[in-house]
Structure formats: structure tokens, C-alpha cells
Design a protein around this ligand. Structure first.
Ligand SMILES: Cc1cc2nc3c(=O)[nH]c(=O)nc-3n(C[C@H](O)[C@H](O)[C@H](O)COP(=O)(O)OP(=O)(O)OC[C@H]3O[C@@H](n4cnc5c(N)ncnc54)[C@H](O)[C@@H]3O)c2cc1C
Length: 637
């Protein structure tokens, strides 16, 4: 298959405007003739559904929670980037573009990243107009703070609850359209398959989570905004419900999956405390604005942090990266923490932790200011660990957090299946091999508010869309597939819980395709995963029935998909014989232990095509060219 990105050529500053002008329009009176399905009502899906409803399309929006307000986006803490340059500190659209391409280790499409930086400024205006209560400075302007990988302050925030406030804004816009009858909301519906008719995405099959009914929903185009797949690792900072099912089943219907091995391990999370923990908690990167990261200089030093004098502390990020200090990008901060712990400097009972210390900032700015900036995060940390960060440093360790991989999309956000669009964390994204902090919310809202409203119109105006009935063979086939998977899961009479399999799978992926990967480990994982998957189907025990609200059945289907996706991740990681961003192949590193790219051979997006059960997926490459930001060895020193 040939991948055509449709990225415009010519001066990058004008490419989105030029492209928008060239896109076909649908006249306002005709928009109501088109039906669009949006799966997902987080920031990306909620923004898209609201915007498309406002434009006049008939929108059906689906989510598996009981309300769009519970989408995982609500958990986002630290902030959202935008190149407003309110601080007058040298920011610009070009600098945000540059930082993002470099931060992603030169594995993103330049035209997409430039557009993202451009529309970032519109997002803030839109959200302010919706009433999102961003923090403000004394003069009334919106306040900014810094995030990793940037030397300017461009992150807009609402304490440590930015995702919640942004989602309330998108939710209100969505509710307005629901009230006007433009959007019909379908909560507690799980998308289990995609309906593809004559090569075009024409609908979805859902399972009603209250009564188990399998239903067909048809449309002229389908948008997936179903979030990321970090829960493949079992332990992650994501909400427990986050899953890959919608994109995975679309992959099995022909959508290519890009860069599955590009996952992000976030440096500042509360360390794992025990074997039976089911969730990890993020401590926002924003804390690195005021928190200093350190470990004891002496390996195995068990003294309480307050008893370790300054001379015995190693502020290793400040030492190794004097220009960016504690604000190096996430991949670099995570690897540095792992290296310190591997060398015996780790703190806490497990030795898998480093300190994030707010004492300097408290001394300089006062407890009140720190409480104003991070109060809810500090409270959350104290509730979980029983330790008070105003008095003792936080203990943090990297954890699986975000996935840069996802379904391949072109510049119009359309997948390789015509009529199937993918937004937000679910697509393979503009972040390359490493996402900069506070850029996921920016991308999700850019996709939903400012890109899809233009590009989907062009598709609908130009596609030839035949009338499709609910009993079309493709729909019957998708219904049969969804029903068969559900039955198979319920009919098993094994002895093990879904969670026990998920935990074991997650450990294999974390150990071999996590913060560091190597050929031997990836090959081992590729042997272990299919064996464990076989055991899952033989020995899993799913309690309850289909006709009731049954969360173990929901989870079982998601874990079944994680098994398959995990294998693709390892295959992709094995195939990419270089290190870049979060993909750190131990065989390919600089003498200082930094990621060593191989631009001559790997400057491409790896897009995988499903070839049927038991057959190896086929790899197609989208070459990446850099006309503006010249690839170089990333340096934050
Ligand atoms: C703890 C935490 C903090 C974060 N903080 C920040 C931050 O400060 N700044 C930042 O930029 N990013 C942050 N991120 C990342 C960011 O929150 C996410 O990348 C972003 O919110 C994803 O939005 P989304 O709309 O793509 O997906 P989501 O918000 O995950 O929404 C997915 C939607 O899809 C629906 N869905 C999924 N599968 C199905 C299915 N099969 N059928 C039906 N519906 C389905 C869900 O119901 C939901 O409505 C954070 C992430 C975490 C985990």
C-alpha cells in the first residue's frame, strides 16, 4: 500500500491556509443531509462532535462511560501549550513548531506540527470564550508556566485540573448541541467493530453496556477519538477504562497502525507500592517548574531525606543538562531516573524512586504560592502516600502514561480507510517519538475544534456515498464478529481472572518494551505473548452474563485486544533498529547514554497492515522529510 500524506507543499507558514482554501465546502443547507458518527467524547471527540453539530451535520456521539464528562481527558493535570507569547519571553509559532519536532526526535510530519502550533493560539481563545477558568496574573492576562523541552513559558493551566476545566468547556458546547437536537449522545455504548462497505467506513457496531444488545449504527463518515493504549502495560497513569478496542478492531478492518512502539513513560509518578496495585498516579510535570529532582550521591544511602546534607545530594538533571535542568523532556528525565536507580541511588523501600523536592521553592515563594499552584496535586500525593510534600520531598518514578502510536492518518486526519477519521491520542499523532508535556490537550482540541470541521467536509463533498441498509453484508459480518467474541469470552470455563492475565501481559511488555528495549528482550516477549494469549483464551474466567451491566466482560474484551496489540508493539520495536525519543533500544546509544537515531535508515513512519489471523502484518513506510528543522542530535545540555 502507498501512504499518501496529502501534506501541502510550499511555504509551511501558508500551507494550512492554502489547504483550507482548496478543501471543498458543503453548503449550510446541505450539511444536515450528512450523518457523522463520533466515537469518544473526551477532549478530541467532544470538541469534534460539538463543532460538527454547530456546523449543521447530524452527529451521533458514543462513549462507554455514563457521561461524556467522565472521559479520561478529565484527569489531565498540568496544562495546555499555546504559542501566545504572553510572557514576551521569545515564544512564537515557529518556536513551538521547532520544539515539538525536536522534542519528538525528528519522527513527526513537519506540516502537521506547524499547523498544530498555528492553531494552538485559537484554542486558548475558544476555551476562554467558553469560560474555562485559566489561571491569571495580577494584571488579568492568562498566566503561563513551563513544561519540559521548552525554554519559554507557554503552558496555560487551571491549577492541577486543566483537563477537567477544558473538558467542562467542551462538554457544555456538546450539551448545547445535544439540546438543539444536532448531536445525539449514546453513553454506555462500547464500539466493538467498524462497518466498511465498498472500502468506505460506513458505520459501527456497538454493545449496549446496560443490556448487552449488539446494535448497528450507520453513517456517511466515522470519527474515532477513543484515546490512547497505555493500559497495555497494565500499570499506567491512565484511567482503568482506557483501551485500544475501537482502533484495534478498525486496524483489523484495514486501517494501518502507525508507530505502535512509540509510547511515553512519564518521569514523575508515584512509585509502585506493591504487587497487587492496579493503577499508578501521575504527579504533573508542572511540579518540575518548582521541584528539584535529586538522589543521594552515595548508593544505598538510607538516611531520611532531611538528614542528607546538600553536599551529599546529586541534582542529576541540573548537573547533566545545565540549560534545561529539571525541565528536560520526558523521555530524557525518565531514562535519567532509571539510570540513577539502576546504579543504586534510588530511594524509598523498593529503591525505585527519586526525590522531587519543593523545599527551595517554598523557601523562596512561600507555602501559600506553592499551594496555589499545585495544592490539589500535593493533597493527592499525601492521601496516597501518607507523606506531606510541604515537609518531605515527594518520591517519584517513571510510569507508562501516553501513546504516540495509533492509527495512521493523513494531513486531513483520515485513516487508510476512506471515511474513517482518527483524532486525539488515538491517531499516530504529531508528537513523533516523544510528546512534550501539555501538548496532548493541545493536539486533541486542535483536531476536534479546528481541523476536522474543515477536512471532513471535503471528504463528504467529494466521496461517492451509496445508500447503505442496516442488513448490508458488512454490517451482518461485524455483528457476527462482535457477538462471537463476546460469547467466546463468556463461554470459557477457566480458572484465572482477566486482571491476572492483564497483569502478566503488562509485566512482559514493561520489562521488554518499556523504558528500555533490546533485541533479545523483544524476541523473548514475542515468544511469550502468543503463549500467554493462548492460555488467556483457554483459562480465562469471565463471570456474569451478557445481558447485564458486566464490567468483567467489558474488561475481558479489552484485554484480548491488548494481547494482540502488545505483539505488534514488540514487532515494531524490534524492527526499528535505532533509538529515538521514548523508543530506547539499548544497542543504539551515544557514549553519554542518549538515544542514537539512524536517520539514513529509519526516518519514516512505520505503518502496519493487518494480514489476517496468524499472519505477520505488512510494513509500509511513510518517509519523513525535514525542510525546516534540520535533524540533529538532540541536546538539552
Ligand atoms: C493523569 C494524566 C494527566 C495528564 N495531563 C496532561 C496535561 O496536563 N496536559 C496534556 O496536554 N496532556 C495530559 N495528559 C494526556 C491527555 O490527558 C490525553 O492524551 C488526552 O486527554 C486524550 O484525549 P482524547 O480525547 O484523545 O481521549 P480520552 O479523553 O481518553 O477520551 C476517549 C473517549 O473515547 C471513548 N471510548 C474509548 N473506547 C471506546 C469504545 N470502544 N467505544 C465507545 N467509546 C469509547 C471514551 O468513552 C472517551 O469518551 C494526561 C494524561 C494522564 C493519564
Amino acid at each position: 500500500m502507498e501512504l499518501i500524506s496529502h501534506a501541502p507543499t510550499g511555504p509551511i507558514e501558508q500551507s494550512w491556509d492554502k489547504h483550507k482554501f482548496e478543501l471543498k465546502l458543503i453548503n449550510p443547507a446541505n450539511k444536515r443531509k450528512y450523518n457523522i458518527i463520533v466515537v469518544g467524547s473526551g477532549l478530541a471527540g467532544g470538541a469534534a462532535a460539538a463543532s460538527l453539530g454547530e456546523l449543521g451535520y447530524n452527529v451521533q456521539c458514543f462513549c462507554f462511560q455514563d457521561s461524556p464528562r467522565r472521559a479520561h481527558s478529565i484527569a489531565a493535570q498540568g496544562g495546555i501549550n499555546a504559542a501566545k507569547n504572553y510572557h514576551n519571553d521569545g515564544d512564537s509559532i515557529y518556536r513551538l513548531f521547532y520544539d515539538t519536532v525536536k522534542g519528538g526526535d525528528f519522527r513527526a510530519r513537519e506540516a502537521n506540527v506547524y499547523r498544530l502550533a498555528q492553531v494552538s493560539v485559537n484554542i486558548i481563545d475558544q476555551c476562554v470564550a467558553q469560560g474555562v477558568p485559566f489561571a491569571r496574573e495580577y494584571g488579568g492576562l492568562l498566566d503561563n508556566r513551563s513544561f519540559g523541552g521548552a525554554q519559554v513559558s507557554r503552558t496555560f493551566y487551571a491549577r492541577g485540573q486543566t483537563g477537567q476545566q477544558l473538558l467542562l468547556g467542551a462538554y457544555q458546547a456538546l450539551e448545547r448541541q445535544i439540546g438543539l437536537g444536532a448531536v445525539m449522545m449514546h453513553p454506555r455504548m462500547d464500539m466493538l467493530d467498524l462497518i466498511v462497505v465498498d472500502g468506505q467506513a460506513r458505520g459501527i457496531v456497538t454493545r449496549n453496556l446496560y443490556d448487552g444488545k449488539i446494535e448497528v449504527h450507520l453513517a456517511d463518515a466515522v470519527i474515532l477519538a477513543t484515546g490512547g493504549y497505555a493500559n497495555v502495560f497494565y500499570l499506567s497513569t491512565n484511567a482503568k477504562g482506557c483501551n485500544a478496542t475501537a482502533i484495534w478492531r478498525a486496524y483489523k478492518r484495514g486501517a494501518l497502525f502507525a508507530n505502535p512502539c512509540f509510547t511515553q513513560i512519564h518521569p514523575t509518578c508515584i512509585p509502585v507500592a506493591g504487587e497487587y496495585q492496579s493503577k499508578l498516579t501521575l504527579m504533573s510535570e508542572s511540579l518540575r517548574n518548582d521541584g528539584r529532582i535529586w538522589v543521594p550521591k552515595q548508593p544505598g544511602d538510607k538516611r531520611a531525606p532531611g538528614s542528607i546534607p546538600e553536599s551529599d545530594r546529586d541534582y542529576y538533571l541540573e548537573r547533566r543538562y545545565p540549560s534545561f535542568g529539571n525541565l528536560v523532556p520526558r523521555d530524557i528525565a525518565s531514562r535519567a531516573a532509571k539510570a540513577e536507580c539502576d546504579a543504586g541511588h534510588g530511594v524509598g523501600e523498593t529503591g525505585l524512586g527519586v526525590y522531587l523536592d519543593l523545599s527551595d521553592a517554598i523557601h523562596r515563594l512561600g507555602k501559600h504560592t506553592i499551594a496555589e499552584r499545585y495544592g490539589n496535586l500535593i493533597e493527592m500525593y499525601e492521601r496516597i502516600t501518607g507523606e506531606n510534600p510541604y515537609e518531605v520531598p515527594m518520591r517519584i518514578y517513571p510510569a507508562s502514561h501516553y501513546t504516540m502510536g495509533g492509527l495512521w492518518v493523513d494531513y486531513n486526519l483520515m485513516s487508510t480507510i476512506p471515511g474513517l477519521f482518527v483524532l486525539g491520542e488515538a491517531n499516530f499523532s504529531d508528537h513523533g517519538a516523544n510528546r512534550l508535556g501539555a501538548s496532548a490537550l493541545m493536539q486533541g482540541l486542535a483536531d476536534g475544534y479546528f481541523i476536522i470541521p474543515y477536512t471532513i467536509g471535503d471528504y463528504l463533498a467529494t466521496a461517492k456515498l451509496a445508500t447503505v441498509a442496516a442488513d448490508v453484508p458488512a454490517a451482518k459480518d461485524a455483528v457476527a464478529n462482535a457477538t462471537a467474541i463476546t460469547k467466546k469470552l463468556l463461554n470459557g470455563n477457566g480458572k484465572r481472572t482477566v486482571d491476572s492475565f492483564h497483569r502478566e501481559l503488562g509485566k512482559i511488555v514493561w520489562d521488554n518494551c518499556g523504558m528500555a528495549r533490546n533485541e533479545a528482550g523483544l524476541k523473548k516477549a514475542l515468544a511469550q505473548i502468543p503463549t500467554l494469549r493462548e492460555d488467556f483464551w483457554k483459562n480465562v474466567r469471565v463471570l456474569g452474563t451478557n445481558e447485564e451491566f458486566n464490567q468483567s466482560l467489558e474488561r475481558a474484551g479489552r484485554v484480548a485486544d491488548f494481547f494482540e496489540l502488545a505483539e505488534l508493539m514488540c514487532l515494531d520495536a524490534l524492527d526499528r533498529k535505532e533509538s529515538c525519543g521514548g523508543h530506547f533500544r539499548e544497542e543504539y546509544q551515544t557514549p553519554e547514554g542518549e538515544a542514537l537515531r539512524d536517520d539514513a535508515n529509519y526516518s519514516y513512519v512505520a505503518a502496519w497492515e493487518y494480514q489476517g489471523e496468524g499472519r505477520a502484518p505488512a510494513l509500509t513506510k511513510e518517509p519523513l522529510t525535514f525542510n525546516y528543522v534540520k535533524p540533529s542530535q538532540r541536546s538539552y545540555k
